[in-house]
Design a protein. Structure first.
Lengths: 347, 320
């Protein structure tokens, strides 16, 4: 995809946000069938089709520059959105290496990384950054390595330390999250931070997922998709900012749902990190309005059916209670009852 | 590939470093750098000897920050099932091997304020990289290394030369023994302890430390079990619709692989849980040898770790 960055987009206040037709097809639509239930839907994070969100390990899209400006705004207002416990420094460098090497390899026109032993030179053209630093020496960067690199990479990140047969959220950055708080979860283990999720515990989903992740191997990253919905193209729907976005949910009507209601999909990637044996968990969020989803007939048909049949516990947990009916009504105009083809991709 | 992504390597150097212990330097056949790794990692080495395939886990010893080469040490074991004898007698400079990506089941707890490393014999190998990593990070550590005699103590001199007073050597033929009680008694809060060596030594260190009031979260051990021998039996593989004989000196996993069936594994030593397989029926007693399943799970007999455990009976039916 020939990327043209939209530099004037905003994800708050006046909400300036749109998608090109290529970006609509780029969206990682998460439903492979006409209904939804939890599953351990983990697959190898290998190269996806050209133009898809999984074409490259780390996806950069047309919203890159605007999303990085939004991240800077959030961090300025609330520095606790980025935290790392002291024992995670080695893992921070692992993350910096993973993101820089991946972006430079897959988007050479935008990013360049030159390495001479531990002397590194990083060039980020879209953000006009040119940085020489010593790998392993945090004093040679303007901030700690995880913060430095994730200020230049779309998506939230958690770094999970592995010990005592568990994973511990001991570092991370979250400025575009779906109603969870890094400041609250920092230091918790896998079972603790998943405590609030309904139904899945009973299905044994987390026991199996943890067992799988404890044996995640270097060189074999995995991914999964998660989803929820957000009113307006707002990246930062954190608990800390609930007073800003909570009331939005009461503004949806069957008439405006197409513009207001956005499907929020998280492309979650997991990599075993080499030096620290930690795991980095990336949560790359994509927003798309129901109106844009309607550009793909298969997707609007299917989303209508998924929302209509969603179990009540999930409607509550995902925070859709107040506007789910309006969204279903709006989407019903695109559902002619025709069968949908298997898989997530557009027809 | 059930063991994960494989890296083709060649033997670049071989050196005898102790009685029946050889060090092998492995370099990537592609010339591309190999992954960095964390201290305590191992790789599974796949050896091809004619039609026979051997796979053994070996700890990585070299610098965790050097992707141009990996180093492993191989002890020639008395009751080798073939792997260590192949490495000692057949492997030469230039021999092609494949290795898994590094896997770490014995990582440093990065929260530790101080790290006590206790090695017995060939159990020194994971500590070579761990000491290097701790030294690189500037974290305080002590290495206590017990050996039968100076001749058996691979790397003892180079470790002492490199880390000075942080290294303590104990030769049992000189009547020297690790002063464990004293060691356990005089450590600052936040100290982590790691032990790798013979089973009896691990038991001794772990139970002494627990007895001295150490929290179990601060205690770490690595014990690779070579697959034990036993009597022959058959495995009936329900998914593959095959029946495979398991020899006296062969693990179920090895027998299944020899029959051309791809089964998942990582450590091949009963530690990681990757090869857990559902038992459909067994006409005898399951001989659980792993330290992954809980005693309750072992008692229930519904799962088996096929890399080390066996059947005392005739036919074992597996969901594989």
């Amino acid at each position: 995809m020939n990327l043209v960055f939209k530099t004037d987009e905003t994800f708050r206040d006046n909400f300036v946000f749109s998608k090109t037709p290529e970006a609509i097809r780029h969206f990682p639509f998460p439903f492979h069938e006409d209904s939804y239930m939890y599953a351990v839907n983990i697959e190898p994070h290998t190269k996806g089709p050209v133009g898809s969100a999984t074409e490259f390990a780390i996806d950069v899209d047309e919203h890159y520059v605007a999303e990085m400006a939004e991240r800077a705004l959030v961090l300025k207002e609330d520095p606790l959105r980025c935290q790392a416990l002291p024992h995670m420094m080695l893992a921070q460098w692992d993350v910096l290496e993973l993101l820089m090497t991946s972006m430079a390899q897959d988007y050479p026109e935008h990013f360049t990384l030159k390495r001479d032993g531990d002397r590194w030179h990083w060039v980020n053209r879209p953000l006009a950054i040119d940085q020489h630093f010593v790998f392993g020496d945090a004093a040679t960067l303007p901030c700690q390595p995880m913060e430095y690199v994730t200020r230049q990479c779309q998506g939230d990140f958690c770094i999970l330390d592995q010990r005592e047969n568990n994973l511990w959220m001991d570092a991370g950055i979250a400025t575009a999250q779906a109603d969870w708080s890094l400041d609250f979860d920092i230091g918790m283990n896998f079972m603790e931070w998943h405590g609030p999720v309904p139904l899945a515990h009973e299905l044994g989903v987390f026991d199996r997922a943890l067992k799988f992740l404890l044996n995640l191997q270097q060189g074999r990253p995995v991914r999964r998709l998660n989803w929820t919905m957000t009113i307006n193209p707002r990246m930062d729907t954190s608990p800390e900012k609930y007073h800003k976005w909570g009331a939005d949910r009461a503004t949806v009507t069957p008439e405006n749902a197409g513009q207001k209601v956005h499907l929020r999909v998280e492309l979650q990637g997991l990599w075993r990190l080499p030096r620290s044996n930690a795991i980095v968990f990336s949560i790359r969020g994509y927003l798309m309005s129901l109106a844009d989803i309607a550009a793909i007939p298969k997707w609007s048909r299917r989303l209508h059916r998924v929302l209509k049949t969603l179990p009540p516990e999930l409607i509550d947990y995902k925070g859709l209670t107040r506007y789910r009916d309006a969204a279903v009504t709006w989407l019903s105009q695109f559902d002619d009852g025709a069968p949908t083809s298997p898989g997530c991709a557009p027809d | 590939m059930s063991g994960g992504v494989q890296i083709p390597v060649r033997v670049a150097a071989i050196e005898t470093v102790g009685r029946d212990i050889k060090r092998f330097r492995l370099e990537p056949r592609s010339g591309e750098p190999m992954p960095r790794f964390s201290g305590g990692s191992h790789v599974v080495v796949t050896m091809q000897s004619g039609a026979q395939t051997y796979r053994n886990p070996y700890s990585l010893m070299g610098s965790p920050d050097d992707g141009s080469r990996y180093e492993i040490s191989v002890l020639r074991t008395g009751q080798s099932r073939g792997g260590s004898h192949f490495m000692h007698d057949t492997a030469a400079v230039g021999t092609a091997l494949t290795i898994s990506h590094p896997i770490n089941l014995f990582p440093i707890d990065q929260r530790g304020r101080k790290h006590i490393l206790i090695a017995g014999g060939i159990g020194i190998t994971p500590f070579m990289a761990m000491a290097e990593q701790l030294d690189l990070l500037g974290q305080p550590f002590e290495l206590h290394y017990a050996m039968r005699s100076a001749a058996c103590g691979a790397y003892a001199e180079s470790l002492a030369a490199r880390y000075g007073r942080r290294v303590h050597l104990y030769q049992s033929d000189q009547g020297r023994r690790i002063p464990l009680a004293q060691l356990l008694d005089h450590q600052p809060l936040g100290t982590h302890l790691y032990v790798c060596g013979p089973g009896a030594m691990i038991e001794w260190v772990m139970s002494s430390a627990r007895g001295a009031g150490w929290p179990k979260e601060s205690l770490h051990f690595e014990r690779f079990l070579p697959p034990p021998s036993g009597t022959t039996f058959e495995v009936r593989l329900a998914l593959s619709n095959r029946t495979v004989p398991v020899g006296e000196h062969e693990s179920i996993l090895e027998a299944v692989e020899a029959a051309g069936i791809d089964a998942p594994y990582l450590c091949r030593g009963g530690a990681c849980g990757q090869c857990e397989t559902a038992v459909l029926s067994a006409d005898g007693e399951l001989d659980h040898m792993d330290h992954y399943l809980t005693p309750e799970e072992k008692g229930a007999g519904r799962q088996i770790m096929i890399c080390v455990s066996r059947l005392k009976g005739r036919v074992l039916e597996l969901d594989l």
